[in-house]
Design a protein around this ligand. Structure first.
Ligand code: GLC
Length: 635
């Protein structure tokens, strides 16, 4: 058999022992998955050899200092499961001009307690529209406005010197239409035409369109774009200038291994795999979350285990709760280690709008738990819109109807009710279906922005409470919290995007702030909103790191299933226990002290670990202030 033949050959090649060891451990997995995808293709054997050569070359060119990190992590495979990692994500240019400028601000991040940085796409892209860098022109080069490839490597070094982690995107699903492969395809090169999905006429595209949803229905309707140079249609599920890569072609897979390892070899610790649900297309389906998309990821993981085993995969799969967890391997497969907990993010916003805990509790309760060795990114905001990706069953279960409930949430956050505090805007409202997603910064969606503009102290106070509640909530569920840049001091919506030709058709730019360093400096000035947000966040980060029960490998346990407004859960590791209580209501609420049973009897009183203050307990009830969160412990 081919597999055995290859193993014998490789073992006799005189490769480094380390490589052979990793090869031995992972080749079976790689081969089996690769075969599932391409076993019936002409020239399969040759493709396997190409793949192995690629993997070995990538291993060879990996720098010794990165290999040292790999070895340390191989010895400590749960190195990312602690309660000490706190992430952020940043647009280099909007933060501090360019990569060199970013280096000057690393200590600023460190001061807050951030030790993991995702720099948004910064590889070569068009000066014109580029979907925020998610349309890559050259995966091997840094975009000229941000600096050079050397600058990027220096950023990774500077972060590593400070024990910080770095992440970049791998835009796996598509390239820009000006990427070298696309350009060659446009010139008629058959090899590269085969890198994308091209069709001579509308016949197949029309068939696909019957079941394919639209990602950007408003500004990029349809999933195919006409290419006049070839008189053909190419598949473009995102913007027309983002051409979907054809993963039924094994050459695409092999080339992507080159690209993934190249980016890892810049010094990345984590790779954010963009838009992974879209990797495999199948006629007659929505072409999301196909089994083959998972097989591709498993094969990529196996390859990276040979090249750079210290590097983690983070799946960007913003899909239904039961689909998201599949990207973490379901405890059966080696796929991605990290995924965005988009469900928790949506549940939190749901609770803010409904002022109750029904969905957050039911949704989390119904969600599959994390497979061993995998973890969440817990976040409140990111660079993308908020899509209301609840599981409809969760919505029914709490007694709402999905369509009406989503309508309510959208209207609420985009300020279509007389008295809402939220100042979001719609993203990709689809008149055909009534669907919409939501854009807006944390400060805008929580009412702080409106409070400041209206000079309304009550609204400001509530906005600050919501921000504190949300930031603190993502610190304690289990997983890696991720703070969106600018939110540490509550940046407002950036309405200026409407005047920028390359941004005006995409409302996500409203919440991609250009950092105002003067505003940022108010974090040190007591009495300002910036000070309030920054210091409560800094405190929560620090307090989390002190509590072993907040490490990731242990689960959360929901306590009271009946309280409408207060969400309660236990985190426990050995004797270390914390009960988290979150009051989503805009009134003082009470909950029976029985919710603390699992903490044991408190001879000297229960207290909130965040503030050190005793709980307000009267007649067997805990009194919780409106919009508040407590980390309850026993003295
Ligand atoms: C991901 C990114 C998003 C981008 C899309 C297409 O969803 O987060 O910003 O538009 O992929 O690459």
């Amino acid at each position: 058999m081919l597999k055995e033949k290859i193993i014998r050959e490789i073992l006799n090649k005189g490769y480094e022992g380390e490589f052979l060891y990793r090869f031995g451990k992972n080749f079976g997995n790689l081969y089996d998955n690769f075969e599932k995808l391409y076993g019936d293709k002409l020239g399969f054997e040759e493709h396997v050899y190409q793949l192995i050569n690629q993997i070995y070359n990538s291993y060879k060119t990996r720098k010794e200092e990165l290999k040292k990190i790999d070895r340390k992590r191989e010895d400590n495979p749960s190195w990312y499961m602690g309660n000490d990692i706190v992430g952020t994500m940043i647009y280099t240019d909007r933060y501090n001009k360019d990569l060199k400028g970013f280096i000057n601000k690393i200590d600023h991040l460190k001061e807050l307690g951030i030790n993991y940085v995702h720099l948004m796409p910064l590889l070569d892209m068009s000066d014109d529209e580029n979907d925020g860098g998610y349309a890559v022109k050259d995966f091997k080069k840094v975009y000229h406005k941000f600096g050079t490839t050397e600058d990027l490597i220096e950023v990774a070094n500077e972060l590593h010197k400070r024990d910080m982690l770095m992440e970049l995107d791998i835009v796996l699903n598509h390239t820009a239409d000006i990427h070298e492969w696309a350009m060659k395809a446009k010139q008629g090169d058959p090899k590269y035409i085969n890198y994308y999905y091209f069709y001579d006429n509308r016949e197949i595209p029309d068939e696909f369109e019957k079941t394919l949803p639209e990602v950007f229905p408003d500004t990029a309707p349809g999933n195919f774009t006409y290419v006049p140079e070839l008189d053909k249609w190419v598949m473009t599920m995102f913007y027309r200038y983002q051409w979907d890569l054809n993963y039924t072609n094994p050459e695409v897979f092999v080339d992507m291994i080159d690209i993934i390892s190249g980016i890892a070899n810049f010094g990345m610790d984590i790779l954010r795999l963009d838009a992974v649900p879209f990797l495999w297309k199948k006629m007659g389906t929505i072409s999301r979350n196909e089994e083959e998309a998972h097989i591709i990821l498993r094969a990529m993981k196996a390859a990276m285990r040979m090249i750079a085993p210290g590097v983690l995969f983070k799946a960007e799969a913003i899909v239904e709760p039961y689909e998201i967890v599949r990207y973490l391997g379901e405890g059966k497969y080696d796929e991605c280690e990290i995924a965005y907990n988009a469900s928790f993010m949506v549940f939190l916003w749901d609770a803010i709008a409904t002022r109750n805990a029904r969905i957050v509790r039911t949704g989390l309760n119904n969600m599959a738990r994390l497979p061993k060795g995998t973890t969440w990114i817990n976040y409140v905001r990111c660079h993308d819109d908020i899509g209301l990706g609840h599981d409809n069953n969760d919505i029914y279960q709490v007694g709402y109807t999905p369509q009406e409930h989503r309508r309510y949430l959208i209207d609420f956050f985009v300020n279509r009710f007389p008295n809402t505090f939220a100042q979001g805007v719609t993203f990709m409202e689809n008149p055909k279906t009534g669907d919409a997603r939501i854009s807006g910064t944390l400060a805008a969606l929580t009412g702080l922005e409106k409070g400041v503009h209206d000079n309304n102290p009550e609204l400001i106070k509530d906005g600050l409470s919501r921000i504190k509640l949300l930031h603190t909530a993502i610190m304690c569920l289990g997983g890696i919290p991720l703070i969106y840049y600018g939110d540490e001091v509550g940046h407002f919506n950036n309405y200026g995007y409407k005047n920028v030709p390359t941004e005006q058709m995409d409302s996500r730019w409203i919440h991609r702030p250009v950092i105002d360093w003067e505003k940022m400096s108010k974090k040190d000035k007591q009495g300002t909103v910036e000070y309030e947000i920054y210091h409560s966040l800094k405190n929560a980060i620090k307090k989390r790191s002190e509590l072993p029960e907040f490490t990731n490998e242990n689960d959360f346990e929901i306590l009271d299933y009946s309280h409408d407004k207060i969400f309660s859960f236990l985190r426990q590791k050995g004797y270390n226990k914390t009960v988290v209580l979150i009051n989503f209501s805009e009134n003082t609420e009470i909950i029976s002290i029985n919710v603390l049973d699992r903490l044991g009897v408190a001879h000297n009183g229960y207290y909130d670990y965040l503030t050190g203050e005793a709980l307000d307990i009267r007649d067997g009830y805990i009194y919780m202030e409106k919009l508040s969160i407590l980390w309850v412990k026993v003295r």
